[in-house]
Design a protein around this ligand. Structure first.
Ligand code: NI
Length: 391
């Protein structure tokens, strides 16, 4: 592995920053300490910094003229009680960096530090986007709405995620759709309540809701081309409270995942038709509420080529691997919807050291060597992209 831009001091800082952030995790839109930590260091590196963008976001600019490329990190933690015994474990009860965003923030700080030391060689400008609230609320869209991509206009955008499904020392890339579009689904089934011993005097919302759940599983299998992908999951059912009472109402909640806009449209339309049709047949009524979440995260093939080449410079071609798409969602999608770019994965698993638990696990941790690999790769990606635009 060649992390030649990063010297020993910066490698040590990178780990220290990550551990500092790990010990003080903050939930979405509450990243006040984290944002201050980031802004203070960026200013020290000589960057022009704007804090308080979309509440707790930080934007910084490096370089004076030329094309602009953007690199993004997410700063938020999760509502999980950390169970690890490491000395940098979370000091905040019930909140934990269990996804690696502490590492993302530290890596992007290192990238800023690296490129700030090479401003004479950089062929344009780099904008740094430290965003709040990736996990649930979506901090990327309010930052986009606050003008992060337009003032001045950004020509390409990149982000990465530490990846415990991939060994440390490897970089995962993918051309096209990488993460799914997410839509929330809520169905209220209304019938007519009554005695459990006299169902003929009722319209049974429980039975109708059960049929809705069952038939929703035919939407993907019968209405979507089997060579394309989608998911319909009902994750919550609420209704009734006693064994001998038929309740008047049952509520179902779920999530819908898809990659292509036409598949998404088909699935959303069919979910509504099935729920309403099944309930009508039972004499009940369905109120269907579909709420758009994140769009699909789609990587630009040309930008992915740049990432592949830059990653190969750092880890070697043998360690650049092609990833399968994931049905997970990622709000970098709002950025990549507007400007070409790429999202890549930085391998962080080390089985031998017991660092292989999945993200969002209360004992999640990763091999910190991944931080150097990720920072060096991102710096090379940004440099290469500016060189391409300058040609
Ligand atoms: Ni994450």
């Amino acid at each position: 592995m060649r992390t030649e831009w990063l010297d020993e001091r910066l490698r040590a800082d990178l780990v220290a920053w990550r551990r500092n952030l790990h010990a003080c995790p903050e939930l979405g839109f509450q990243e006040h300490r984290t944002a201050a930590f980031v802004a203070e260091r960026l200013r020290r590196f000589g960057l022009e910094v704007r804090a308080g963008v979309a509440q707790t976001g930080v934007v910084a600019m490096l370089g004076r003229e030329g094309p602009v490329v953007l690199a993004r990190a997410d700063m938020d933690a999760l509502p999980i009680q950390e169970e690890s015994e490491v000395d940098y474990r979370s000091q905040t009860p019930g909140v934990m960096h269990a996804c690696g965003h502490d590492g993302h923030t530290a890596m992007l700080l290192a990238v800023a530090r690296l490129l700030a030391a090479r401003t004479d060689e950089i062929r344009g400008r780099v904008k740094f986007m430290f965003q709040p609230a990736e996990e649930e609320h979506g901090g990327a869209l309010p930052m986009v709405e606050a003008g992060v991509l337009t003032d001045p206009p950004v020509q390409a955008a990149f982000a990465c995620h530490l990846w415990n499904d991939l060994d440390v020392g490897k970089i995962g890339v993918r051309s096209g759709a990488m993460f799914a579009a997410t839509d929330a689904l809520e169905i209220t089934v209304s019938g007519q309540g009554g005695h459990g011993a006299a169902p003929h005097q009722t319209v049974d919302a429980v039975l109708a809701a059960c049929q809705v759940v069952t038939l929703l599983q035919s939407v993907v299998s019968r209405s979507v081309n089997p060579l394309r992908a989608a998911v319909v999951t009902i994750g919550a059912i609420h209704g009734g409270g006693a064994p001998n009472i038929i309740p008047p109402e049952v509520r179902l909640r779920g999530t819908i995942r898809s990659f292509e806009p036409d598949v998404r449209e088909t699935v959303l339309a069919r979910v509504r038709e099935v729920a309403e049709g099944v309930c009508a047949a039972a004499g009940a009524r369905a109120e269907v509420c579909l709420t758009a979440g994140y769009p699909a995260t789609v990587n630009d093939p040309e930008m992915v080529d740049l990432v592949r080449a830059a990653a190969a410079d750092v880890v070697g071609w043998d360690n650049v691997v092609e990833l399968d798409p994931s049905m997970g969602g990622e709000d970098m999608a709002f950025v990549l919807q507007r400007v070409p770019g790429a999202y890549f994965a930085v391998g962080s698993r080390n089985e031998a050291r017991g660092l292989s638990l999945p993200h969002h696990n209360p004992r999640f941790d990763f091999d910190e060597e991944a931080l150097s690999v990720g920072a060096e790769t991102m710096a090379h990606v940004l440099d290469a992209t500016l060189r391409k635009f300058a040609r």
